[in-house]
Write a protein that binds this ligand. Structure first.
Ligand SMILES: C[S@@+](CC[C@H](N)C(=O)[O-])C[C@H]1O[C@@H](n2cnc3c(N)ncnc32)[C@H](O)[C@@H]1O
Length: 254
């Protein structure tokens, strides 16, 4: 059996790593990187830089794992994602077994924290279930925490729930019932534009913790356009942008 360390690495800056993550990085015999293209490849490069910075030129390997193609034409979205996840798991397991002896340790670097919108742990489920892999998780600093720190706010208000959701769901469903604080991720379409701005504040952040970090906060009606403009400017300069935001509604709002 091989062990996989799934290591949350924050936003790519070595200073985001916990000591636990540094120890885990140094234990790993080979790192496995699923290659996807475009922005994801840039993130794969950042992960390589991180290994170099923390481990130096020591005795470790980086193994690129070709990502199997995903059927984006399928109408049954959930099933298509499940099939793709299983296919990725198989490719990953085969590659690990080809590159590591039993008893050795694989490493996968998860952007931010693997608990938030990261498929790594699901991809490894098959290997765990069949006894081919032991999985260990080292938590990392998520973009959600970076967002809160950059704005110097707590994400939760006294006795109130917080929901983490996607841009697509926000656009389709609006504020979740009974919830006045929503963190939105994976939003390439600025779905806050579909929200009634009355009584709503937004705390937005792009490239949090990175060289192009941008933050804007204020009433959604007042700063929404400024966010759109800033986001478009970063995107046109770099080709991609990762952003996340908190929408906070006045709890007395109907
Ligand atoms: C696939 S999810 C991964 C989230 C990651 N596991 C985490 O804990 O932050 C990618 C989404 O995370 C958010 N994100 C990741 N890095 C970010 C950054 N540096 N600045 C702002 N948002 C970021 C964006 O909403 C992006 O669409």
């Amino acid at each position: 059996m091989r062990t996989v360390e799934v290591i949350g690495v924050g936003m790519g800056n070595p200073r985001h790593l916990t000591q636990q993550a540094v120890d885990a990085l140094r234990r790993v015999d080979a790192f496995f990187v699923l290659e996807k293209g475009s922005a994801a490849d840039e993130l794969a490069e950042l992960r390589r830089d991180l290994c170099r910075a923390v481990i130096g030129t020591g005795d470790y390997r980086l193994v690129a794992v070709p990502d199997p193609p995903r059927d984006r034409s399928a109408t049954a979205y959930a099933q298509a994602v499940e099939d793709w996840t299983a296919a990725r798991g198989e490719v990953l397991l085969d590659t690990m077994e080809a590159h590591l002896e039993p008893g050795q340790t694989a490493g996968i670097l998860a952007w931010g924290d693997p608990a938030f919108y990261d498929s790594t742990l699901r991809v490894l489920d098959g290997g765990r279930a069949t006894g081919r892999l032991e999985v260990e998780v080292v938590p990392g600093i998520s973009s959600i925490q970076m967002l809160a720190a950059a704005h110097r706010i707590s994400l939760t208000r006294v006795g109130q729930p917080l929901q983490v959701t996607t841009g697509r769901r926000l656009a389709e469903e609006g504020f979740p019932p009974g919830c006045h604080d929503v963190v939105v991720m994976l939003d390439g379409a600025c779905s806050f534009q579909h929200v009634d701005p009355g009584g709503v504040d937004i705390y937005w952040g792009a490239d949090l913790g990175g060289p192009d970090q941008a933050v804007i906060a204020g009433g959604l009606g007042e700063v929404g356009d400024a966010i759109l403009a800033r986001r478009a400017e970063i995107r046109s300069r770099r080709g991609w942008v990762m952003d996340t935001y908190l929408l906070r509604r006045d709890v007395r709002h109907p």
